[in-house]
Design a protein around this ligand. Structure first.
Ligand SMILES: Nc1ncnc2c1ncn2[C@@H]1O[C@H](COP(=O)(O)OP(=O)(O)OP(=O)(O)O)[C@@H](O)[C@H]1O
Length: 420
């Protein structure tokens, strides 16, 4: 083992993995007898392409990427479930994995037997495994189901049991695949508490998740996978932002161009003005396809008048992916006197705001109306352009408002003074 290998907890060295997926199979004895020389044919699918990176001792690494990008395959290679085709994976320390629901459990045995078997397989002595059993079953909150065969467990119960075993075997390196995706909110909070503990104890953790909030909160660094390639590596915040951009697409500008052709956007209005184009600007005033959370930004639209109009009303509405109206701005409430525009003249309407929108995709619907009437819309372009808000501390709320919190210790009331 080279000195480099000795310092890393896990070293992934030029790893490639290809799956052979059968296209035609000989299933029965009869088919074999009828076609003795027919060969099975396969398609090859490259799930991991020449991947290399190191995970240091005590590092908390996030592995992120879209569905099917190769994350779980890599974790299974690390855990020794899959053999790599080329390259090697070097592990320095005792490893415990939470990888796939039910893997490692015997479905016909109750929780108790499974916990004891798994505990010993993961390096505990039988005595130590028995000693820790109560703690495992209590952590999993499955005491009343301890005698039930695990094949009758729900997926959430299986996750709780597997996670509880994993964190009770004192492994130095933990591989955790999507534990946050299953399980209720209370269990998620328990996982978070454990992640904090593991981080404080300087354990090496490799976490596969789609939750960028968790990546930013726990991971020292992260790697981004796309179609079997490791496309980026580095600071967890930056990788989280890159993942969101990859996920939601980086092409809202293209959406706008298509809409401007009249191909996509729904349009309504009585005429007299046309919304020609719209875009978003970042805090420096440059056109931007993605907006960063908590920064100042602007929505802008260029309008061409085809008739003379006095004090037109400009407005825009932003909708999130669930079509909730999260923000509406209008000159009607801000500056009623927008001026006189002759036919052929153009105007640019801008709305500046601090971006407190939760990370995700937003569609903008701009409109221009005649003054004094809520209904005389001259042009309105439904979901004309979209933008992606990137930022990783997603609380799950619609908005990420800046806030301050405080906790004050209040003096305890002496018992004698409490009136009954
Ligand atoms: N045993 C297998 N046989 C054939 N193909 C497989 C096998 N396991 C994985 N694959 C394929 O390899 C690719 C990567 O799968 P993998 O499960 O590693 O993705 P992932 O990044 O973990 O995705 P997700 O986020 O959906 O969990 C997928 O296209 C998948 O279909």
């Amino acid at each position: 083992m080279s000195p480099k290998r000795a310092v890393a907890a896990v070293a992934v060295d030029n790893v490639s993995k290809t799956f052979r997926v059968p296209t035609e199979r000989v299933h029965t004895l009869k088919e074999t007898a009828l076609h003795p020389f027919r060969r099975s044919t396969y398609d090859e699918f490259v799930a991991l392409k020449d991947i290399s990176f190191d995970v240091g001792h005590g590092e908390f690494l996030g592995i992120v990427g879209r569905n099917g990008s190769g994350k779980s395959t890599l974790l299974k290679c690390m855990a020794g479930i899959y053999r790599v085709d080329t390259g090697g994976i070097y592990v320095d320390g005792r490893l415990s994995a939470f990888i796939e629901l039910g893997v490692g459990f015997n479905p016909d045995l109750p929780a108790r037997d499974n916990v004891l078997i798994n505990g010993t397989m993961l390096g505990l002595s039988p005595r130590e495994a028995r000693r820790r059993y109560d703690s495992v079953i209590d952590f999993a909150e499955l005491r009343e189901f301890e005698h039930l065969k695990v094949k009758n467990y729900s997926s959430g119960m299986l996750v709780r049991l597997a996670f509880a075993v994993m964190i009770h075997v004192d492994a130095e390196i933990l591989l955790v695949d999507e534990v946050l995706a299953v399980g209720d909110a209370a269990f998620q909070q328990k996982c978070f508490d454990e992640f904090y503990r593991l981080r404080d104890e300087n354990r090496t953790v490799i976490l596969v998740t789609h939750d960028m909030g968790a990546v930013e909160r726990f991971c020292d660094s992260a790697v981004l996978f796309e179609k079997g390639d490791m496309v980026s590596q580095g600071d967890s915040h930056r990788i989280g932002v890159e993942y969101l951009e990859l996920n939601f697409g980086r092409a809202p500008a293209i959406v706008a161009a298509e809409a401007a052709d009249g191909s996509d956007a729904q349009r309504s209005g009585i005429g007299g003005a046309e919304i020609v184009e719209a875009w978003f600007e970042d805090q420096h005033g440059a056109r931007a396809s993605n907006l960063e959370l908590e920064r100042d930004c602007r929505f802008a639209a260029r309008i061409r008048f085809t008739a003379a109009v006095d004090h037109p009303v400009f407005g825009v509405t932003l909708e999130n992916a669930a079509h909730d109206n999260v923000f509406t701005a209008s000159t009607q409430w801000q500056e009623a006197e927008t001026g006189h525009f002759a036919a052929g003249e153009e105007a640019v309407f801008r709305v500046q705001f601090t971006n407190v929108l939760a990370p995700g995709r937003y569609d903008a619907t701009p409109s221009v109306s005649q003054r004094g009437s809520g209904t005389a819309v001259m042009d309105r372009r439904e979901r004309f352009i979209s933008t992606v808000v990137s930022g990783t501390h997603a609380s799950g709320a619609l908005l990420e408002l800046p806030y301050a919190s405080a906790v004050e210790r209040s003096a305890a009331q002496p018992a004698a003074e409490v009136e009954s």
